[in-house]
Design a protein around this ligand. Structure first.
Ligand SMILES: Nc1nc2c(c(=O)[nH]1)N[C@H]1C(S)=C(S)[C@@H](COP(=O)(O)O)O[C@H]1N2
Ligand SMILES: [Mo]
Length: 420
């Protein structure tokens, strides 16, 4: 190693983790080691793509052939419309999930809804009940926000007694990130005029599940929106076309899709989705209801299960972090099973209640290593270790898992899911 490289590659923790500033320095990391030398490659004749005109223009772009191989992780189910498909997080980059790869969770399939006849009713404890057509909503002032959406059942497999050997997306892909555009819910409720007793809003979807969730008014009047667009185009049917609730930082279940009614109430509905499901069973056998806000969480996506390493040397460790309470303050990474930790670089802009990409330079020495990441959010909340989380919440708890996860890199470069 040259003196030059030693200056730039400052170790910050055990197992070869480097100071994040190494990411900023051209040539510091690879030192010419990853690309093919020009002399070895020989001369460079024009490729076949330069010898004839390319394909025609198209009305809607398609993915490259290899890109098209990236698919949602869809389970085989007895009732194919009811269940969830997952985002293959480990195969994607950045923080925005392409619309066709946004995870899906449907309780009774994807309805086909005609925007020309669909209506949103706002009623209950309001001075003036109102009906909004899709075209009405399109005339309201809009706002766009980059947000994560996560099912509270995400990462539930981390509670299994033995680590499930599956990809990062299979384990954690009930989270996606998108830029959502819509109308602030407070604007619509304000127009209907809330009465004094108003305290909850029951949201109902127009799907065959007739899904109902009760949402505290404080959340509805804060940053909730009725979303109409997703990453620049109208919502996909899977995501709730023509309109859905989008509650930043709140468990996905409450972001009711195919939204058709909002009933302002003095008390919650105590619907199926907030009694028999989506409650958190505590060690004493009681169930906590309306534990709506998602915790601080991070996962390493690269390297991860299924993305084996090919030889020792420089590797970038990268992944995603998010928190329902605001923005990510820091992500620490360990390469020695949690004995020592170094701080990763955060990709900007770091937005509240949005996916944040973290990156950590690593020079792997080829020996077995256990990789972990641990996020801290702007409120100071820290992602818990698995054992601590299970101890305080009871092993039966399937929802809201935000435990630190561990990947074991073996000497042959293969990666296993482990409990460290
Ligand atoms: N009407 C309706 N809304 C719904 C659901 C549903 O089945 N019906 N599923 C909920 C659940 S459990 C989640 S996690 C999110 C998933 O949103 P997505 O499919 O756009 O990812 O939608 C929520 N909204
Ligand atoms: Mo969910």
């Amino acid at each position: 190693m040259t003196d030059d490289r030693r200056d730039r590659e400052v170790p910050v923790a055990g197992g070869g983790l480097l100071h994040r500033r190494a990411l900023l320095m051209a040539g510091a990391i690879t030192g010419g080691g990853l690309a093919t030398s020009v002399f070895a490659a020989g001369r460079s004749p024009p490729p076949a793509s330069m010898l004839q005109p390319g394909a025609a223009l198209s009305g809607y772009g398609a993915r490259s052939r290899s890109g098209a191989a990236i698919q949602r992780i869809v389970p085989e189910l007895p009732f194919p419309g009811t269940g969830s498909s997952r985002t293959p997080l480990q195969l994607l980059e950045g923080t925005i999930t392409p619309n066709g790869l946004h995870f899906e969770r449907h309780h009774n399939g994807v309805p086909q809804i005609d925007p020309a006849t669909h209506e949103l009713l706002v009623h209950g404890l309001v001075r003036q009940p109102l009906l909004f057509r899709y075209e009405d909503l399109l005339r309201y002032p809009r706002e766009s926000r980059v947000l994560f959406l996560e099912c509270s059942g995400n990462s539930g497999a981390l509670g299994a007694p033995e680590p499930v050997q599956a990809s990062a997306g299979q384990l954690n892909g009930l989270v996606s990130g998108a830029e959502w555009t819509g109308v602030r819910l407070s604007r619509l409720l304000g127009e209907a005029g809330l009465t004094g007793e108003a305290a909850w809003v029951q949201a109902e979807g127009a799907d065959a599940a007739g899904m109902v969730r009760s949402i505290p008014l404080s959340i509805c009047l804060d940053d909730a929106m009725v979303a109409l667009f997703q990453n620049g185009e109208p919502l996909r049917p899977e995501q709730g076309f023509p309109m859905r609730l989008l509650l930043p930082g709140i468990e996905g279940n409450a972001s009711v899709k195919w939204l058709r009614r909002l009933k302002v109430m003095a008390a919650p509905a105590f619907s199926r989705e907030e009694t028999s499901k989506y409650t958190d069973l505590l060690p004493d056998g009681k169930a906590e209801q309306f534990s709506l806000r998602m915790g601080v969480k991070s996962i390493i996506l690269n390297p991860s299960y299924g993305l084996d390493l090919h030889g020792a040397g420089y590797q970038e460790i990268s992944g995603l972090a998010w928190s329902g309470r605001g923005s990510i303050r820091k992500v620490e990474v360990s390469a020695d099973g949690g004995a020592t930790w170094g701080e990763a670089a955060l990709g900007g802009p770091v937005l509240p209640k949005a996916l944040t990409r973290f990156r950590m330079p690593w020079r792997w020495n080829g020996a077995p290593a256990t990789l972990m990441s641990r996020a801290t959010d702007e409120t100071g909340a820290v992602q818990p270790l698995r054992a601590a989380w299970l101890a305080q919440s009871g092993a039966s708890k399937g929802y809201h898992s935000n435990v630190v996860q561990s990947w074991r890199v073996q000497a042959d470069g293969k990666i296993a899911h482990v409990y460290a």
